[in-house]
Design a protein around this ligand. Structure first.
Ligand SMILES: *[C@@H]1O[C@H](CO)[C@@H](O)[C@H](O)[C@H]1NC(C)=O
Ligand SMILES: *[C@@H]1O[C@H](CO)[C@@H](O)[C@H](O)[C@H]1NC(C)=O
Ligand SMILES: *[C@@H]1O[C@H](CO)[C@@H](O)[C@H](O)[C@H]1NC(C)=O
Ligand SMILES: *[C@@H]1O[C@H](CO)[C@@H](O)[C@H](O)[C@H]1NC(C)=O
Length: 173
């Protein structure tokens, strides 16, 4: 009998001592409810989907709280007609917590991901010596043979990204 009691206690003790796991979820829900946040799911009021396995696709959706997403993908020929480039372009719009309408448009292609939107920060203009350096790099790549271009392009790129070697190079321009 005593052993049986110990066995029963051993079974229920962990359940008693372990903090109840759902508690944080309940607390978070209660907090949301107190702050007046909407707890019902946001409806999808429009959705389209048109995909094909060859890389052409188009989808869009719009939510009940004003989020609009539209994206399409297609293939285009690279410089070599046999090189196909997957292009993806789209847009996202929503109203931020300050009430500003955010409108992001983007395209991703052989030139990388290019976002545009009034809310995006604009980089300051490149210092004049960097512009001259890039120009002289481009000029020398044009004037040299293709085999030399390959050999030169790696050091040229590292010169641009590290500030230390810049002054001597700029001085020779
Ligand atoms: C749903 O979205 C598609 C694609 O953006 C659009 O052509 C269509 O007019 C929309 N339908 C409604 C009911 O808003
Ligand atoms: C174009 O394709 C041909 C044949 O595949 C290849 O020899 C050549 O190097 C390619 N040119 C470029 C610029 O990729
Ligand atoms: C809202 O405006 C405040 C004050 O200008 C700013 O600090 C905050 O980053 C803005 N929030 C968003 C989501 O843009
Ligand atoms: C680049 O260099 C060439 C030749 O020196 C010059 O004609 C051109 O104006 C330069 N362009 C810029 C943007 O500095």
């Amino acid at each position: 009998m005593f052993l049986l009691l110990i066995a029963i206690f051993a079974l229920i003790a962990p359940a008693i001592s372990r903090p109840q796991e759902p508690a944080p979820v309940v607390a978070a829900t209660a907090q949301r409810a107190r702050s007046g946040e909407e707890s019902t799911p946001i409806p999808i009021i429009n959705q389209t989907e048109d995909s094909s396995p060859d890389g052409n696709f188009h989808f869009s959706y719009e939510t009940g709280n004003g989020i609009k997403v539209d994206e399409k993908g297609y293939l285009k020929e690279g410089q070599n007609a046999s090189d196909l480039i997957q292009v993806i372009e789209g847009s996202v719009s929503y109203t931020d917590s300050n009430g500003t309408l955010i409108n992001l448009r983007y395209i991703a292609d052989e030139n990388g991901y290019q976002p545009t939107g009034d809310h995006l920060p604009v980089a300051p203009p490149l210092p004049e010596y960097v512009v001259r350096l890039l120009n002289s790099t481009a000029q020398s790549e044009f004037s040299q043979g293709t085999s030399q271009v390959r050999a030169d392009s790696a050091p040229a790129a590292s010169v641009v990204s590290t500030p230390v070697p810049l002054p001597p190079v700029a001085a020779t321009v």
